[in-house]
Design a protein around this ligand. Structure first.
Ligand SMILES: [Zn+2]
Length: 255
């Protein structure tokens, strides 16, 4: 009997990770099929219905973000906008806690830009579910322990936080150099698992639409929480300088 990717209950259905709606349909995008060999995992009733509500939310929150490749944009201006229209903007209200619309002139046309504050917690939950699903798919067992999500594409009004994100990104770029990319539609999505470090912690990198980076760290159950001096100092609000490959990252800078 198969069990759920999130809990120990019996699986009653299967779940796409990431959600299928993130992958454009061929009627909307000219070119190759972008729904090749999508990943599915077994899911219980609760985790199946909880997640399906989040799928469209995630789709709206990710498509059309600056830095996306053309597939992300095409997806935004076809399927995503249809879904938003159908929902009478309810989907947008759900994705952004505050939002503003701007019209940007481009090529004699107007491009609507939405600028706002994302519903952070809900996004975090979506990525956590995807991370558990990918772990299940990749290692053929359920992950038990703690995870932490870092959204590399969100900019914060807090400069220290941005420096920290920049540091994690540079560190990840080094760690990920030789690591295999998984996923048969890499222009839409691929993922990489980095081997555990000396504390047993390992990292998952997910990339959406060629430009959105999400990092998830996994701390397996039974492993002691490592004490990382730099991170403790940063959390305490103490000015910290981290040196990585000759670049300095200053966090909580007083100057
Ligand atoms: Zn479950």
């Amino acid at each position: 009997m198969k069990t759920c990717y999130m809990c120990e209950k019996a699986a009653v259905s299967s779940e796409h990770v990431p959600p299928k709606c993130l992958f454009p349909q061929s009627k909307d995008i000219k070119g190759p099929n972008l729904r090749l060999h999508l990943i599915t995992v077994p899911s219980c009733d609760i985790h199946n219905s909880a997640k399906s509500k989040d799928d469209e939310f995630l789709m709206v929150a990710l498509a059309g973000i600056f830095g996306n490749n053309s597939i992300g944009y095409q997806h935004k201006f076809t399927k995503v906008n249809r879904a938003i229209k159908r929902s009478a903007n309810r989907l947008l209200d759900a994705a952004f806690t505050k939002r503003k619309h701007y019209l940007l002139e481009r090529d004699n046309d107007y491009l609507e830009i939405i600028w706002g504050t994302f519903d952070h917690l809900r996004l975090q939950e979506c990525f956590t579910h995807i991370a558990y699903g990918l772990y299940f798919h990749h290692f053929q067992r359920r992950f038990e322990g703690q995870t932490k999500v870092l959204m590399g594409y969100l900019h914060s009004s807090d400069a220290s936080n941005n420096t920290f994100v920049q540091f994690i990104k540079s560190r990840a770029a080094i760690d990920l150099k030789e690591v295999e990319k998984n996923g048969d539609n890499p222009d839409v999505f691929y993922y990489q698992f980095v081997d555990p470090d000396e504390h047993g912690i390992f990292m998952l990198h997910m990339r959406f639409y060629g430009g959105i980076d999400i990092y998830v760290s996994f701390l397996p159950e039974g492993k002691p929480k490592p004490f990382n001096l730099a991170i403790e100092l940063m959390n305490a609000g103490i000015e910290t300088v981290i040196d990585l490959d000759g670049n300095e990252y200053r966090v909580n800078s007083k100057s």
